[in-house]
Design a protein around this ligand. Structure first.
Ligand SMILES: C[S@@+](CC[C@H](N)C(=O)[O-])C[C@H]1O[C@@H](n2cnc3c(N)ncnc32)[C@H](O)[C@@H]1O
Length: 346
């Protein structure tokens, strides 16, 4: 994620009241949420269903009471849900907690989407795994990372070694606390939508526009585990109960040239739904075990498009927990400096 201040600062200083905003790699919807805070319409595109579900919840209006009531009725109505089995599942979740999660999963898959259900879905996704807490629990799982789901074999070894069993938790209380945090305020009405699609495909842009702003952060060259890292959240959205290593709809990282070509296609697609004079702002970095210079990859991707690169700002190094590269540090080496690329259409 990039920090909320990044898109919010740009839009607050420079956007007009009727401007529309697009993020073709919307991730968790930071750009969309910033637009909403300013009362602007925004659209997001992402090929990862987890990203789509989280972003769409950032555009809804509901109340904590409605979210908790919805959760309660699903847990009561879906009493015999399908429950995955095996050591990973029995060590990841207390049996009662897992049953409630499976009831919520079944209800959310079966009942038609509504604003409240979108909010509930994202709240459960956010609470699905994370660290154990001493006071008020915030996550449903045994000890886990919060940002990515551990691979089952690794997690089982870790829980066995540390003799950790999953706690029995009050699922509704966790939902209530999160709903209070996210839906108690007086947010402006959210308008716009999220498309679950591949932004290399012009069809993903068809329903939206025209836009004055595109503010985005594509996957950094070399970071390509967005889907498998979210396998547990993807299971909750109807996916398999095992890690799926395929990467449908994700940019391919086979070479810097092909990566730049794919980005070029996205910028061209975005240009097709933007007004003349629109602004494109891209935050981009890389990881140091790739030889390619991220600045060159990005400049290359804008070359021969309808966008004119106007400036490049140094956005500093990734700081703890704030930038996308951080989550991968133990696995993939150090992040490089990030840059903000500004371009103008026409
Ligand atoms: C760096 S993240 C975006 C983070 C976002 N700025 C935020 O604050 O949450 C990049 C996103 O691009 C998505 N992505 C990768 N390839 C894509 C493609 N071909 N089409 C659409 N989205 C894609 C990934 O699923 C991921 O969510």
């Amino acid at each position: 994620m990039f920090p909320l201040d990044f898109p919010l600062g740009i839009l607050r200083r420079r956007a007009s009241r009727r401007d529309r905003v697009l993020d073709p790699f919307c991730g968790r919807g930071t750009t969309n949420f910033a637009a909403r805070l300013l009362g602007l319409e925004s659209w997001g595109i992402d090929s990862n269903p987890v990203a789509g579900a989280i972003t769409s919840a950032k555009l809804v209006r509901t109340t904590p009471a409605a979210v908790v009531q919805e959760a309660k009725s699903m847990i009561e109505d879906y009493r015999r849900p399908e429950i995955p089995n095996g050591e990973f599942w029995s060590r990841a979740y207390h049996p009662d907690v897992l049953r409630s999660l499976c009831s919520l999963r079944a209800g959310l898959l079966e009942r038609r989407s509504s604003m409240t259900r979108r909010a509930l879905r994202a709240i459960v996704l956010g609470a699905l795994h994370g660290p154990l807490q001493k006071t008020f629990p915030s996550y449903f799982s045994n000890q886990c990372p919060r940002t990515y789901a551990p691979k089952p074999a690794y997690a089982i070894r870790y829980w066995r070694k540390h003799r950790m069993m999953p706690p029995n938790l009050d699922v509704l209380a966790i939902i209530q606390r999160r709903a209070d945090r996210y839906y108690n305020g007086n947010l402006p009405e959210g308008s716009g939508d999220v498309i679950l699609g591949d932004s290399r495909d012009p069809a993903a842009f068809a329903a939206s526009g025209p836009f004055q702003w595109v503010i985005t952060s594509p996957p950094y060259y070399g970071l390509r585990t967005y889907l498998q890292d979210q396998w547990l959240r993807n299971w909750f959205l109807g996916g398999p109960d095992t890690v799926d290593y395929s990467t449908p709809g994700q940019l391919s990282h086979s070479s810097a040239e092909s990566f730049a070509d794919q980005l070029r296609q996205v910028w061209e697609n975005a240009a097709g739904v933007c007004r003349d004079g629109a602004t494109l702002v891209i935050r981009f970095g890389g990881i140091s075990d790739r030889n390619a210079d991220p600045r060159e990859v990005l400049a290359q991707s804008l070359h021969r498009t309808a966008w004119r690169l106007t400036r490049v700002n140094n956005a500093g190094h990734a700081r703890h927990g704030r930038r996308q590269a951080d989550a991968f540090l133990p696995v993939l080496s150090r992040p490089s400096t990030e840059h903000d690329f500004w371009a103008c259409l026409g």
